[in-house]
Design a protein around this ligand. Structure first.
Ligand SMILES: *Cc1c(COP(=O)(O)O)cnc(C)c1O
Length: 427
């Protein structure tokens, strides 16, 4: 049964979608169920989700182990406040996360979304310097083409051109932006690539609280990959100038780039790390901000410090339970092999697009495949063409890209890349 036309008219009139106009709503497709890597539309069609619901659904949908974790927890309690109370799901998840992340990260703050995790990270960095008496250290340094979320602190460090700065000029905290490196890997690295960043740190470290970056892969700010050597040198500069490094692993965490966390590829640990998106395997909204013992000690350095944050749904038990189950499922799976196979499949399926005149670049990293066009993509038209071939993708700007569930089969992956090739070729 498809969704009745009148219900779709109601939805178009009243329900906002991400980054969307309410007055000229773009087409939306109704989904009635999801199973494995497939979304089942209200009209009965099944399409492969090449987006993993924006990086989240690493195991695909309707996963028995994850369903069971939520059902079991639901029979005990769906939620209790975290102020003055605690529970097993939060403790068990924290144990797993501290095992997975570098040992220097010792303290964890559970948040309800990635943007909030970034706000908390910024707040930790600011409180750290305030408590230590360095009151002038209030600003952040980042690189262009970044994306860190849609709340005000997070927006202030998103790319100043592709982000939302133009909408909120004068209202966002003013941060420092260095050019992003263009070398995509260490083979292409040249030390000149960090000059701009180094000069900015040297000039402004007195007023800087922290550097914030997405490690190795910049997601929604442009789907760009950069050399691990850049991250290594950023870490060294932060140490030299005594700045905190905030690593935003919200998109890259949980295997997507071939390592559990992308910063492992540089052998670098942040002083503060944000995780989210795939944390619950895409089942519920949950994120976390972790910090080192040094950051924690700094926040308390004035002897009365408390971290001033506390979301209503902090450490929601259902979300923590499914996150722990998702991590167990990932660790029990051959995820490294799967990501390597997806990477090979994406290369085999997409690299041929390089020769097309409409294509500016094709790049693949782990389970992420990107075709960058010369011109902006006509979203409704391209999306409809992809759907005809049984594939769900959501291009933005000039970028047609996929980050499928890690459980995607070789044949399903070929269906995704074939659909991408055909829409690129038809331009
Ligand atoms: C998606 C994302 C965020 C924001 O997470 P939300 O859960 O959407 O608030 C922050 N940083 C990065 C790198 C992201 O990809």
């Amino acid at each position: 049964m498809s969704l009745a036309a009148e219900r779709l008219a109601f939805e178009a009139a009243h329900i906002w979608h991400p980054y969307a106009s309410m007055q000229q709503p773009a087409p939306v497709y109704a989904v009635r169920a999801a199973e494995g890597v497939y979304l089942e539309l209200a009209d009965g069609r099944k399409v492969i989700d090449g987006m993993s619901s924006w990086w989240c659904a690493i195991h695909g949908y309707n996963v028995p182990e994850l369903n069971r974790a939520i059902e079991t927890q639901l029979g005990k309690m769906a939620h209790v406040m975290f102020g003055g109370l605690t529970h097993q799901p939060a403790i068990e998840l924290a144990e797993r996360l501290l095992q997975l992340l570098p040992p220097s990260l010792q303290h964890i703050f559970f948040c309800d979304s990635g943007s909030v995790a970034v706000e908390v990270a910024i707040k930790m960095a600011l409180q750290y310097w305030q408590a230590l008496g360095a009151r002038q250290k209030t600003r952040l340094l980042t690189i262009r083409h970044g994306y860190h979320g849609d709340t005000f602190g997070a927006m202030s460090v998103c790319d100043p051109e592709s982000g939302m700065h133009h909408l909120f000029t004068g209202l966002l905290a003013e941060q420092f932006f260095a050019d992003a490196p263009t070398a995509a890997d260490d083979a292409a690295w040249d030390d000149a690539q960090i000059d701009a960043f180094q000069q900015m740190i040297a000039a402004h470290h007195d007023e800087l609280a922290a550097v914030i970056l997405e490690p190795i892969v910049q997601g929604a700010g442009g789907m760009r990959f950069y050399a691990p050597e850049f991250l290594r040198q950023v870490r060294a500069l932060c140490d030299r100038y005594d700045l905190l490094l905030i690593v935003d692993e919200i998109a890259t965490g949980f295997g997507r780039t071939g390592t559990m966390f992308a910063s492992e590829q540089a052998g670098v640990a942040g002083d503060i790390v944000c995780i989210g998106k795939a944390l619950t395997g895409g089942y519920m909204s949950l994120a976390a901000t972790l910090c080192s013992a040094k950051v924690c000690a700094g926040i308390h350095a004035d002897g009365r410090g408390v971290l001033m944050h506390g979301p209503t749904f902090m450490a929601n038990p259902l979300a923590c339970a499914v996150a722990a189950a998702s991590i167990d499922l990932l660790l029990a799976s051959p995820w490294q092999q799967r990501v390597a196979q997806i990477e090979a499949g994406l290369r085999a399926g997409l690299m041929a697009c390089r020769d097309l005149p409409s294509v500016a670049d094709v790049r693949v990293k782990g389970a992420i495949g990107v075709v960058e066009m010369h011109e902006a993509i006509d979203l409704p038209r391209v999306q409809a063409a992809l759907m005809q071939q049984g594939v769900w993708l959501r291009p933005f700007g000039k970028l047609l890209y996929t980050m499928p569930p890690l459980t995607v089969s070789a044949a399903e992956l070929e269906q995704i890349t074939a659909a991408m090739r055909s829409v690129v070729a038809s331009r």
